[in-house]
Design a protein around this ligand. Structure first.
Ligand SMILES: [Zn+2]
Length: 82
């Protein structure tokens, strides 16, 4: 019998990569408090948890997912981010 291992690794579809960095990042990252989805705020360079009203800073491209480092969002900010 012929061993045909090749093929297993074929055709793994490549993710759509143009904004891949951000998307992949967001796909992995969840809020450490509520485990909820995060929103990326490009302007402020923060990751937002709307459920908790917290903004986690991104420093040198590295998200700091520590509740102690997070900034509390104002009511207006939360409304706008929705
Ligand atoms: Zn949260």
């Amino acid at each position: 019998m012929k061993n045909s291992k090749e093929g297993i690794f074929q055709r793994i579809p490549r993710a759509n990569c143009d904004k891949g960095m951000d998307r992949n990042l967001l796909a992995i990252l969840v809020c450490p408090i509520c485990k909820g989805e995060l929103r990326l705020d490009r302007k402020a360079n923060e990751l937002l948890c709307l459920a908790d009203g917290l903004a986690y800073p991104i420093r040198d491209g590295v998200p700091v997912m520590l509740p102690g480092e997070a900034r509390e969002m104002s009511f207006d900010e939360r409304e706008q981010a929705r």
